[in-house]
Design a protein around this ligand. Structure first.
Ligand code: FAD
Length: 442
């Protein structure tokens, strides 16, 4: 491989190429270590060089060179994925897209961006025009829009707009192919699903057209409860309150609250908590709802006050896992669609303290449902699989975060249009090789 990489370096010497081993290590990895299983499998994987293109034309040159020498190419945004999505299994070129970070246009309700645009930076600008991203992960401050499309799925905003994969949440994108003569393909409408959440296996995204949401002043609030299921019912009730505009509904069992040290003044012992973002225009109705469920507001920041502090968002979604692991690195997690509160209650009673429940309410096929990012202490791989199996047997859906395979996580199936598209745009299987079960004949 060394001689081939030298040829790649020579052909692309006019581009920014990183060869420093420490930098390569840093840019080969992501947050795969949230899973001890992935940690064991991926910790030694590295690319050979990192290339940072700044234009679509440069991406085409990299694609052409990688095809010429049959070198694998692994695309990367900010590297905050947590399934090893952007860790190269077979070395080769890491294509770091963070310098392709131009907002190409921003209109009423829609924007066109390059993939390396950071989500929070985008929102800062968009909000000046009265719009904002429909949906963003809790890594909003550092994640790129291209990386969210390539590897993300849900986040703040999902209580209103559902999942990234839902029709309409991505309008169009442009990809560079890895054919003998790489070309640019534009996909619009349903066609975008061929590349949406494909872990960079189906072409290099160079432009995206994304729909926006009206921007509201989001108040950030914590409501505490004596009983976990009462907190969960409040989350469901808020989700179903169509007259209250909201962006985030998280519920943490008390066993999880104890890991959120920075919020300890607002999370008294033995209380369960809902962390929410609600439009400031709807606060009167929101307070009535809190009263109906016997909750107590322990933390309240207006949107203006919240903008000067760490957002509550960074105590929700997978940031909760991050905080817990910073205190106890033996903790790992699950990602679950509970679908109903009855199932939440069943698993809460069944696992007790072994599986600590963290709920995120989202819109799923038009209905508000509880999803979960539960925490538990890792013991063995067998126990992880038993816990997953039990959830599935009882009707919950698991997006397994302990596999780097595309179909093993949330995606589950690759249909024939996606597979045909893969064959068309990547005939030599150079894009992030090893990440698709169907390709590995698993
Ligand atoms: C603490 C923490 C919290 C998180 N919270 C959430 C959450 O709330 N919701 C959520 O969905 N995820 C979450 N994640 C996962 C991740 O942060 C997000 O999905 C994020 O949007 C990924 O963006 P990124 O720029 O870091 O992408 P990367 O990790 O760099 O890439 C992700 C995938 O996209 C591919 N890719 C990147 N750029 C391109 C491109 N231009 N063309 C083709 N493929 C590309 C990569 O190959 C990779 O497979 C969390 C992770 C952590 C560590």
């Amino acid at each position: 491989m060394n001689q081939t990489i030298d040829k790649v370096k020579k052909d692309l010497s006019h581009l920014e190429i990183i060869t420093d081993p420490n930098q390569i290590t840093k840019l080969s990895l992501d947050y795969y270590h949230f899973s001890p299983i992935l940690h064991k499998q991926l910790q030694d994987k590295r690319g050979d060089i990192v290339i940072r293109p700044t234009t679509e034309e440069e991406v085409i040159q990299v694609a052409q060179t990688c095809v010429k020498y049959k070198v694998p190419i692994t695309v990367r945004g900010a590297g905050t994925g947590n399934y090893g999505q952007c860790i190269p299994l077979e070395g080769g070129v890491i294509l770091d897209m963070t310098k392709m970070n131009q907002i190409l246009w921003l209109e009423q309700g829609v924007a066109c961006v390059e993939p390396g645009v950071k989500m929070a930076a985008f929102d800062k600008l968009a909000k000046q025009t009265g719009w904002e991203l429909r949906m963003a992960p809790s890594t909003y401050r550092s994640a790129t829009i291209g990386g969210f499309i390539g590897g993300g799925s849900v986040g703040m905003g999902s209580i209103t707009y559902g999942q990234l994969r839902d029709r309409g949440n991505l309008q169009a994108l442009r990809v560079v192919t890895l054919e003998d003569e790489p070309c640019l393909i534009e996909l619009r409408g349903d066609e975008v699903q061929k590349v949406n959440h494909a872990y960079g296996t189906n072409g290099i995204i160079t432009q995206l057209e994304i729909p926006l949401a009206p921007a509201y002043p989001w108040a950030e609030i914590i409501v505490i409860f004596d009983d976990f299921m009462q907190a969960a019912r409040f989350g469901q009730g808020l989700g179903e309150s169509d007259g209250i505009v909201k962006k985030l509904i998280t519920v943490h069992a008390t066993s999880i609250c104890r890991y959120l040290h920075q919020l300890k003044d607002y999370l008294p012992e033995n209380k369960h908590a809902a962390l929410v973002m609600v439009s400031e225009y709807d606060l009167e109705a929101f307070r009535d709802l809190v009263h109906e469920y016997n909750g107590k507001i322990s933390y309240f920041k207006t949107a203006e006050e919240a903008s000067h502090r760490t957002s509550l968002l960074e105590y929700t979604w997978n940031h909760t896992t991050l905080h817990a692991r910073s205190i106890d690195p033996s903790i790992t997690y699950l990602q679950t669609f509970y679908f109903t509160l009855d199932k939440v209650e069943h698993f809460y009673d069944h696992f007790g303290d072994e599986v600590m429940i963290h709920l995120e309410f989202i819109k799923f096929q038009g209905k508000v449902i509880p999803a979960g990012l539960q925490l538990f202490h890792f013991t063995t791989e067998e126990r992880v699989n038993e816990i997953i199996r039990y959830h599935e047997e009882k009707g919950a859906g698991i997006a397994n975060p302990h596999t780097y395979l595309l179909e093993g996580g949330g995606r589950k199936t690759i249909d024939s249009p996606q597979l045909n598209f893969k064959k068309e745009v990547d005939p030599y299987s150079l894009m992030n090789p090893g990440k698709m079960m169907i390709q590995n004949n698993v």
